[in-house]
Design a protein around this ligand. Sequence first.
Ligand code: SAH
Ligand code: MG
Length: 213
Amino acid sequence: METNERMETFIDSLDKGNTPFLDKIEKYALETEVPIIRKSTQSFLKFLLAYAKPKHILEVGTAIGFSALLMSEYGPKDCHITTIEKYEKRIPIAKQNFKEAGREEQITLLEGDALEILKELKGEYDMIFMDAAKGQYIHFMPDILRLLSPGGLLISDNVLQDGDVVESRFAVTRRNRTIHARMREYLYELKHHPQLETVILPVGDGVTLSVKI
Ligand code: SAH
Ligand code: MG
C-alpha cells in the first residue's frame, strides 16, 4: 500500500484543482469529518462528466453536497442532478451550499432513505453515482438498473474499503463482515450481470464504472 500512497500523492500533486467554492466546502468537510470523494475520484468524475456529457444525473448519498456541486460545475450546463440524503444533520447544510452556489434549480435534494425513495423514482438517468452506505449498494441495485438508461453509466464509490474487500472475511472485524460480504456480492453482480459491463478500478477508495448494455 506504501507504493500506492506515494503514487496517489504524486498524481494528486498534478491536479489543477476545483473552484474556490468547492475548495471551501471540501475544507469544511475534512475539518468536520464529513466523508467526501477523494481527489482522485473527483478527477475521475470530472473526466467522465466531460466525456459522457450526462443530462440527467442521480446521486445516492449527498452528505453536504460536495460531489453534487462538483457534478453541477463540471457537467454540461443544462444537466440536472437529483441527489438523495437521509441524515437530518447534513440535509440543511447541503441545501445551504446549493443555495450559496446558486444551484438550487439545477440540483434536487430528495430527503429520506434511498431504499424507499429509489422505489418511487421514475424516469431515466444517464449517469448514476452511488456513494451511500456501502452495505446497501446490493439492495439498491434492482432500482438502479431500472433507472439507468441504455448506455448510461453507473459509478460506485468506496468499493474496496481501504483494501478490506480484498482481504479474507476473517481478517476484517466482525462488525465489518456483513459489509465485506455484501460488497463482494455487489462487485460479483456488477461483473456478472448480463445488462452491465463493469471495470473495477483502484482509484481513491475503489471505484467501479459500469455501462448498461
Ligand atoms: N457524495 C458525497 C459523500 C456522501 S457520504 C460527496 O462526495 O460529497 C455518504 C452519505 O450517504 C452520508 O451522508 C449518509 O448519510 C448517506 N446515506 C447512507 N445511506 C443512505 C441511505 N440509505 N439513504 C440516503 N442516504 C444515505
Ligand atoms: Mg464515497
